[in-house]
Design a protein around this ligand. Sequence first.
Ligand code: TGC
Ligand code: FAD
Length: 394
Amino acid sequence: MGTMPDPSDFLAVDAELSAEERDIRDAVRDYANAELAPRIADWYESNTLPRDIAKGLGALGLLGMHLEGYGCAGTNATSYGLACRELEAVDSGLRSFVSVQGSLAMFAIHRWGTEEHKQQWLPRMATGDALGCFGLTEPDAGSDPGSMRTRARRDGDDWVLDGSKMWITNGTLADVAVVWAQTDPDAGSKGIRGFVVPTDTPGFSANEVKHKLSLRASLTAELVLDGVRLPADAMFPEVSGLKGPLSCLNEARYGILWGAVGAARSCFEAALSYALDREQFDKPIAGFQLTQRKLADMVVAVNQADLTAARIGRLKDAHELHPSQVSFGKMANVRAALDVARTARTVLGGNGITLEYPVFRHMTNLETVLTYEGTEEMHALSIGQALTGLAAFR
Ligand code: TGC
Ligand code: FAD
């Protein structure tokens, strides 16, 4: 007979990890619990995230963690996923910070940038000395980024960018923005192209999005590009069309499908511990059948999501991961995490709506996580396309 399962890893999914992966998991978990968890409720309440967290995350090797060279840690994909899981167990905003820096801005430069772009930005981004953001979404182009209006026109050798980007994580903190823009067809440059934009370029500005009720420990911005003049070599030379940004989104979506497991686990653990302590009708509420039904449903959902992430991690490490499988993980795990958060909230009763416990914070964060990096509906359509061969996006 096996031993009694650990409630935090009921199916012992982590037993399949290598010793190095377990060390990375423990290092991130310990750091997040010691340095970030004690401050997260304040950051959330005051709708802020201090820039200086980047240094600590960089020192741990978490920025551009799965990239090779240029000061990046070069871990495998599973290790990167575990780091996302442990960060998001504290807050989705922290995982977002790391996703945008490493999987979106740094990955874009690493995958599509020139040697000069890489040398200029990646080492400083890996340490957290420089921050990046990723501008794809616009006020009128969200799920359909191909309809973007931001334009890059040629002026002599230069490019001049005009337009705006919306909902850009870390936009007000960033030293460099990766901006995707529609190019002038007369310039012979084939549609949507990516540009490396230092944020001190004249004509670039970032305005914070206020009044968010979700992902409050994360800064979100509108980027305004008003005649931003860039040299010819600011453009990624070898990628055109949506393939450029979508290749980056695959990376960030991969981190999210792991991160959602952390948020779900945190909600489940809070509910279990609360249910064992809280007494009503002269006994712990954990002793009621209806509560145990909730706990059982939650632990099943958390472990199924963890198994999904672990499997997708191994596929990615084997270079066999298809984007529709990333969509599977993102859709399934975020949906599962939201269900767990909502159920956990009920177990906590009135206390469940406060910042004293992580549950409501996770629950509201997960509403953003369900939407960004491709809404649940976009991922359902991506899976549908893989199953049927028919694209139903339009
Ligand atoms: P479609 O015609 O299907 O494709 C255009 C080109 O892209 C290629 N492609 C992909 N390449 C790599 N990875 C993928 N997942 C890809 N999906 C498609 C495709 O092969 C084609 O290449 P080519 O060479 O033939 O040109 O494009 P479509 O216009 O029909 O759109 C497809 C759709 C709907 C799936 C796509 O537009 C989409 O994913 N929409 C959702 C947009 C989205 O996810 N935005 C996220 C913005 S970033 C963000 O939210 C950051 S949150 C950060 C944080 O805080 O964590
Ligand atoms: P819409 O595309 O308008 O969708 C509205 C609804 O319509 C959704 O339910 C959607 O699924 C549905 N819908 C749309 N088309 C279809 C269809 N064909 N079939 C069925 N249903 C459909 N973007 C960035 O570029 N960089 C960032 O750093 C970034 N960070 C973000 C941070 C936060 C806090 C948030 C909230 C968003 C962020 N985003 C970022 C933007 C995010 O990616 C978009 O919000 C997302 O892609 C959805 O776009 P939208 O909000 O315009 O919704």
